[in-house]
Design a protein around this ligand. Sequence first.
Ligand code: BEZ
Ligand code: FE
Length: 300
Amino acid sequence: MTGTTTGTTTGTTQPVTVTEDTITDAAVARWATAHDPRTAELLTALVRHLHDFARETRLTEDEWMAAVRWLTATGQISDDKREEFILASDVLGLSMLVVQQNHRLDPAATPATVLGPFHIDGSPELGSGADMSDGLPGEPLWVHGTVTALDGSPVPGAVLDVWQSDADGTYEAQLDVDEARLRAKYTTDDQGRYCLRTIAPLGYAIPTDGPVGELIGRTDISHMRPAHIHFLLAVPGFEPLITHLFREGTEYLDSDVVFGVKRELVVGFTRHEPGPTPDGGHCGTPWLEARYDFVLQPAG
Ligand code: BEZ
Ligand code: FE
């Protein structure tokens, strides 16, 4: 390859000699022609940062080809159920940065965290107190509380889309199953109250059998996430909230591999002897209770 090309974007037929010193400006100018202004802004910034990265690290051709092979493998292992690029973004801290700069909520509102790769649309709608674990092994857990606006007024009819992993740390999205498994939607009553029954979540390792896990395996980074349940609340009139509740005292709260933990989302699980449960029912074995009141930020 020679360093001489013929300019085409400008329509000139003059040869243009690209050097190490001029390539960045040339590439920025070319991508600045994107028809949509925001696309032009994003792509020109991307070119500048990528070129800076290559210069700063004195990137070699072997290293660049290794990175290309890693990106290819990340795409090849992904499908409609496995999102290896989301996982990559999560472990690099990029997902959490994007969440935080796009959800600068009132300090009284429930904070947002990462969505993660395992949410499935269209979960079944269950009644208050219904069991989304459907008899899977684990400690029975009731989670209940309210959904309110910032001023404390209840939000009736709010839908909480809930999902979690099983006792082996596996999500439905990682299995080939036909029935919804450990995921459901619950709706708040006229006083903004919700109640769900499930099994206590456990800490688990993010997938280690793909390019992301392989890369983490070459570091001292732990693959583990602390025990948590995911919640998505898309309530008209309020900012959509994607968050988790973490079990207080559980392992990995200080080292979550995807940086998702926030102090406000850590909740105590109280152990009870067999007896009455928050939904007005009865549990014949010891059970756990977690109480959490979600506070939503108004839209806009
Ligand atoms: C999760 O909690 O489901 C998750 C989030 C980010 C990466 C992997 C898993
Ligand atoms: Fe999770």
